[in-house]
Design a protein around this ligand. Structure first.
Ligand SMILES: [Zn+2]
Length: 279
């Protein structure tokens, strides 16, 4: 299963050139679009998805589990026909894309970008066509507890938002190290959600803490040596080139994420995404 970790400003990708949320009176403006120094809280994000779900039959929200702080975690399903049963959806042959946001709540672009994506998927005819073949499942605010603790200094090098959520969860665990040991209720919830949907593509959204990349969006794909050879070849020769090319085409070129642990003259290590991460 190819997996893409997108450490990114997704919102630029999804939102560039779209017409919604532009006018002051537009009721479908997201919290970020109303104030670009603000990122939606968990309550604001869940409330926005609930409003979409009450308005559009193609959007469905439900509780899929709890955090360590016993806050409900949401699962948002966006389908063309309103079908929300994973088995029936998989039997229909549609591609399932699972997106996880706010595993690190201070890294907030994915939260806001997915609100816009969900809205645009139901409003824009061109995007509605995508839903004929694809089902989007969004976990809007995975680290619900960390999102409650907001500070202007948790992401000191990052260019916004003005309040950033805390990295640890309600038990001070880094959820991005907990996918195998599952010490947290969040990770157990995620495992159940992942098994239930068995997605074809999984995207985990992050933000670099002020790293001075020339590109806005960076990508970590699964280390290809870990994949079965057919999937590795697909990832390296089809999926990634197409991602980079299509982002170039819309004016948002991407670059691979690199982990710097010394001067560049000593080389740049490939990122090894161990099982403790979502990959
Ligand atoms: Zn992160």
């Amino acid at each position: 299963m190819p997996t893409v970790n997108a450490f990114c400003l997704f919102l630029m990708f999804f939102y560039a050139g779209q017409g919604y949320g532009q006018s002051e009176e537009d009721p479908w403006k997201t919290p970020f679009e109303r104030d670009t120094s603000w990122s939606a809280t968990r309550e604001e994000a869940h409330g926005y998805y609930d409003r979409l779900a009450r308005t559009f039959p193609s959007v469905h929200t439900r509780i899929c589990g709890v955090s360590d702080g016993f806050l409900p975690l949401y699962e948002v399903v966006i389908t063309a026909d309103g079908e929300v049963d994973p088995d029936r959806i998989k039997a229909s042959g549609r591609t399932v894309v699972l997106i996880n946001n706010a595993i690190h709540p201070g890294e907030s672009e994915g939260v806001d970008a997915c609100l816009m994506l969900a809205r645009d998927l139901v409003f824009q005819p061109a995007l509605q066509k995508v839903l004929q073949d694809v089902v989007i499942v969004i976990l809007p605010y995975y680290n619900a507890d960390g999102g409650l603790a907001r500070s202007p200094t948790y992401r000191a090098n990052q260019d916004g938002p003005r309040l950033q959520g805390f990295r640890g969860n309600g038990c001070n665990l880094d959820l991005n190290r907990d996918f195998v040991k599952c010490d947290s209720r969040n990770a157990l919830t995620f495992s159940r959600l992942f098994q239930k949907w068995d997605p074809d593509l999984f995207v985990d959204t992050h933000t670099s803490n002020g790293a001075d990349y020339q590109a806005t969006i960076t990508v970590i794909a699964t280390q290809p040596d870990k994949l079965p050879s057919a999937l590795a070849e697909f990832q390296q020769t089809v999926l990634l080139p197409e991602l980079y090319r299509s982002m170039d085409d819309v004016g948002w070129p991407m670059t691979p994420y690199v982990h710097t642990d010394g001067p560049p003259e000593t080389g740049i290590h490939g990122f090894l995404d161990l099982p403790r991460y979502s990959t």
